[in-house]
Design a protein around this ligand. Structure first.
Ligand code: 4NP
Length: 163
């Protein structure tokens, strides 16, 4: 395929719960459609605490139980280069939006940065809740949100890009 890949980045705070899950779920859906070579998919955190670390064990175990393996992913911090390198940047909440747009003070790339749940058919308050300090139910709740929103985003991409 001659087309260059569609580059998609998911961003949260720590890059150990929400955004690695979105990366893993979205990649799996792309793979199921045989479209993996059309995409470059990654995730990052606005914070640097978990750089180089595996996703949170609770998130990995919820994802694995529901059929998605996150074991290979490692945390990294989002940077200025990501804003012009990626075609689509999906952030998990309004704090992530603020912190990501802070990297782009001229607003050159701001139209590519969107709240993930703008594409959720049942968007509630448009925030993917941070499960890090909560109980185990929070991880399943986040999985539900990420699953249906990733599906909706991929459907939108198939329309836009004619996939
Ligand atoms: P995430 O969750 O942003 O979904 O990866 C968090 C993980 C770690 C921290 C905060 C949120 N933390 O403060 O270390």
């Amino acid at each position: 395929m001659a087309d260059r890949p569609i580059r998609v980045l998911f961003v949260c705070l720590g890059n150990i719960c929400r955004s690695p899950l979105a990366e893993g779920v979205f990649r799996q859906k792309v793979e199921e459609l045989g479209l993996l070579e059309r995409f470059e998919i990654d995730s990052a955190g606005t914070g640097s605490w978990h750089v180089g670390q595996q996703a949170d064990a609770r998130m990995r175990s919820t994802a694995k139980r529901r059929g998605v393996n996150l074991d290979e992913l490692r945390g990294r911090q989002v940077g200025r280069d990501d804003l012009h390198g990626f075609d689509h940047v999906f952030v998990m909440d309004s704090n992530n939006l603020h912190d990501t747009l802070y990297l782009d003070p001229e607003g050159d790339h701001s139209t590519r940065v969107r709240l993930f749940r703008e594409f959720d058919p049942d968007p509630d308050d448009y925030q993917v809740p941070d499960p890090y300090y909560g109980g185990p139910d929070g991880f399943d709740h986040v999985f539900d949100i990420v699953e249906r929103t990733s599906k909706a985003i991929l459907e939108r991409f198939r329309e836009i890009y004619g996939l």
